[in-house]
Each structure stands twice: as structure tokens, then as C-alpha cells.
Ligand binder design. Sequence first.
Ligand code: SRM
Ligand code: SF4
Length: 584
Amino acid sequence: MISESESAPQLHKNEGIKARSEYLRGTILEGLADFSTGSISADDQQLSKFHGLYQQDDRDVRAQRRKHKLDKAYAFLARICLPGGVCTPQQWMVVNDLANFCAFNTIKLTTRQAFQLHGILKGNLKDVIKSCNDVAMTTLAACGDVNRNVMCNPNPFETGVHGEVQRVVEEMDAHLKPQTPAFSQMWLDGEPIKLTVSQAKERSLDCGGDEMEPLYGTTYLPRKFKIAVAIPPHNDVDVFAHCLGFIAIVEDGKLQGFNVTVGGGMGMTHGNEKTFPRLADVIAFCTPDQVVPVSEKIVAIQRDHGNREERTNARFKYTVERLGKDWIRKELEKRLGYALEDPRKYAFTSTADRYGWVEGTNGKWHLGLFIEGGRIVDTEDKPYKSGMEAIAKVHKGEFRLTANQNLIISNVATEDKAEIDALVEKYKLDAYKTSSGMRRSQIACVALPTCGLALAESERYLPNLVTELEEILEKAGLQQDEIVIRSTGCPNGCGRPYLGEIGLVGKVPGKYNLYLGAGFAGERLNKLYKTSATHEEIVAELKPLLLDYAKARTDGERFGDFVIRKGYVAETTAGNNFHAEVAG
Ligand code: SRM
Ligand code: SF4
């Protein structure tokens, strides 16, 4: 006979850590006060993520320190949320000044429109969080098993509805923030968290959590949760890579509502067939007023039905895969208490950013800058950090971080354009004018030296690979062609590599799995083309394909479509259970 304890499902240990943490307090503060080490306890490392903090160590000096019997060079990463990537010059200056006190002296613009500061010593964490809160930015829920920074198409120039959509994003972001008082008590001396819109103003009390955490309860979500909002024709947030997505439907210049997408995600584990990237399914249409309730109910569905035993299978994409998209829609409608309409027509053309000056619908101007790897740092030939500081001091509009790790200087009056242009040129921030189409279409995740999960280089590798490929592109006359290339140092997918027309995923130092054939508009995953390829092998594999593409492509044909038409890789179908390890 099976005893009760034998038959009861074994919850993942993180479930216990969350449940015992008193709403995310744990013993983080005690750990930070212990200056005999730069680290905190393993359980607190899990909890600190909910506060936007990751313990890391500088992997470049790991071996050397081990040799000298020294502790690892511990420091923290702080991730700072910016719903829709919108940031004021004042907020930029705060992040800029904080970066001066971090070991790496850099600002990282992330693939989810947030800031990252690497190399913060534990004694400085409170100052970082407090300084951010003073200007209405927070690290709360930038990471952890909760909803994260809500993303939004960052281009306010093409349609008058952008402002409306951004407001919906900010409301949703605020509504889904954890309510724990621990954050304010621990970091802000009890002061309230300042957000762009008032937090949780319409939160229904019956969403199934408890009094302290009405939505999340004591164990929060089984795993991280991500939301993005796209405004067609631009899919520059990669909406199908998200747990929950909203596609704006604009008719006659008016925002009608949004198609709702569920079950996207990128992460997988090498060799584990139960893990795979998945593109989201489009399940329904909702009005602008319904967005916040829909997001709340979907998050609650994942809270109640997500897998809490195996963290590798706990993302919402696996819940959707297991229960089916029709079940999800029915359950969503049951919880909402009303039916949703069927999805409406939409069309995406690209996942790329737009560079250079564009005039907005409001008569103001927006300058899209290319920031390689999203890294704002001063180097001898590219003093980006000083340049952005100089721009932030004079700029009267805002900045917008893009999901491709780039930056838009937004809402510039005609008479101020010349001043911005002069600064952009002075500080060499004008790479968008001279870089090749492939370079401008790249994403590289952070990887080494800070990421503890990196198996290979990414941000420090991809630019060099592109430089070498540029020789081929030049010969082939493809210099200006946007060919989307993305790399990550491991299969977790932080640079959404499975949506690259060319995707590279680190296996071991110096070796990558090479994927080909994603759709240019982000609606088709790529396929594995070659495993464990060295740099030389990657170049050798890509060279004939690029040359063939230059010769044999049809009018307007994208590289990702071409490699499928020519049979180099097989096609994948959007939204299907897709295992990226299975080559065509
Ligand atoms: Fe990520 C973990 C960096 C976007 C999937 N990600 C990490 C950590 C925190 C490593 C860790 O857990 O110790 C990385 C910190 C590296 C460092 O030193 O900075 C890290 N992820 C990043 C960023 C900074 C990459 C970048 O270069 O921009 C992005 C920050 C986004 C943000 O502002 O919130 C980032 N991560 C993503 C994305 C892209 C997206 O969301 O659009 C994904 C794939 C989409 C998805 O979630 O399915 C992604 N990150 C992961 C995963 C795999 C999750 C999974 O489903 O298995 C991990 C590992 C984990 O959670 O266990 C991870
Ligand atoms: Fe680190 Fe892997 Fe994410 Fe790159 S993809 S940042 S290596 S976890």
C-alpha cells in the first residue's frame, strides 16, 4: 500500500522557501549585514530575485581566485523595471550615477526594456533601491516567480493610440506587482513604492490569494511570468515569446482592443526533451478595459495550475501545452464571468527596431540609436555612457528602451534636433548610420563574465562573429540587408535566439548550436542546423548560405524564409509544440 506521504506530490524546494519567507523577507537583511562574506544564503538568493537582485560573481577571475584560495568575487546584479521601456532623463541620470559605484561601471539595456546594473556590493543595495524609488523606478518583481516588467512597442511616432496602449501597460504592470510590505520595510524605510500609475487600484479581492498578497498568496507563482504588448505591424517586442501577450487592434485610427496570446516562452535545457521553446497561441480578443482583468485571471490560472514540482516544466507555456489553448480560454472566461470575442485580423512585418530620426504623429521627433549588446559603457573609441549623460542633461522628452537592446531618444522638438545630433555625433552614438544591416539586427545576451548560467560567451562574442560575416556580406552585396542574428551563452534563451533567422546557443566554451530559419516577423521558430559548432565552423556553414541567398533569393525574400525554401532546414509551424533540438 502506498502511504500518503509517498503518494503526495513532492513540491520543488523553492515552494517551501517562498512559503516560509514571510512574504519574501527571508533572512536577506541579516545576510546583507554579515560582512564576513560578500554572499548571502542559498535560500535568500532565491528570494532576493523577487526584489530584483541576483547574487553573481565575476567569472573572469574565478579560477585565479580559487588558485589563491580566495572566495569568489561576489557582487549583485540589480534589474530595474521600466514598463514599456519608458524612462525620463531624470531617471536616466539616477541610473547613470548608480552605475559609477558598480564594479563594471556600465548600464545594460535588457531584452525586456529594463536596466541592469552589474557588480553592486551588498552593502550598497539599499542605496540603489532607494535612489530608484525616489524617481519612481523599482526593482520589485524585476525577477522572481511573479509577473515581470510589462513590455510595450516603444515607438510612439506612428499612431496616436500609442499613448493609450502605454497607459494600459502601466496599469497592468502596477496591478500585477506583489503587495508584500516587506519590500518597502526592507529597502525604503517603510515608504511606499512609487510607480508611474497608482498600484493595484482596481484589484478585485476575490482573485484567490490571501489578504497580504491578494493575487499571489504565500507561494507566488510556480515560475517567472512575462507579458508583452505589440502594436502591428511591428512585432518588436516578440509578443509570441511571452507567457501572455496583447496585440493591439487599431481600426480607423482608433484602438478597438487587443488579441490575447498565451503560452510563449524561449527557455529550454540541452538534452532535456521535456523542455522546448514555444510560440504563443492567439486565443481571443478583448477590449482595452478588459486587459487588466484578463491579465489578472491568466496569472491566477497559472498560479493554480502551473507545475510546482518540476521547475524546468513550470512555465506557463507548459501549462498551456498540457491543458490546451481552448481549455485556457474557457477557464479565463469562467473566471472573468463573461465571454470574449474571437481574435481579429492583424499582420506583423518585422521584429526589428527603426533607426534614425522619425517624425511622430504629435509633430515631435524620435531618434532610434543602435547600442550594440545594449551596453552603455565608456570605451576609448565609444564614450557611450558620457554621451548619454550629456544628452540626458539637455533632453526634454523621454528615452525608450527597446526589446532589441537599443534606445530611442523620444519626443524631441524640431528646434532641439540639432543639439541632440551634435551630441550623438560627438560621443560616437551614431553607429546606426554606419553599421551593417546584420549588425543592427543582432541581439546578444549578457553571458560571461557575470551570468552564472553561461556555458559560452555571447555579448563578447557576437560582435566579432558579425565582423567576420561582414566580409562575406560585403562581397555578396548584402551589407544593408537586415538579417536577424541572435546569440545566447546557454539555452535559456535570454536573447530569444530561437527567433533569430540565425540563432546561436552556447553549449560549451567556444561551441554553439547553430539554428536557422525563424520568421522575420517573429511568427516562426528556427530549427537546429548544426550542433556544437566552433567559430570557424559557424563561418564556414554560413558563408555558402549567405552567398546563395544573395544570388538566388526572390524579390524581398527574407533569409529565414530562403533557407526553408531551399531546403537547408525544415519549416516549423507557429504555436505548435516545437522541440528546437529536432533538426529538419
Ligand atoms: Fe534571462 C536567467 C539575463 C531576458 C530566459 N537571465 C537569467 C539570469 C538572471 C541568470 C541567472 O538566473 O542567474 C541572467 C543574468 C545575466 C546577467 O549577468 O545579466 C539573465 N535575461 C537576461 C537579460 C539581461 C539578457 C539581456 O542580455 O538582455 C534579459 C533581462 C530581461 C529583463 O529585463 O527582465 C533576459 N531571459 C530573458 C528572456 C527574453 C524575454 O523574456 O523576452 C528569456 C526567454 C524568454 C522566456 O522567459 O521564456 C529569458 N533567463 C531566462 C531563463 C530560462 C527560463 C526558462 O523558461 O527556462 C533563465 C534561467 C531560469 O529562469 O532558470 C534566465
Ligand atoms: Fe545567461 Fe543563458 Fe541568459 Fe545568456 S541565455 S544571460 S548565458 S542565462
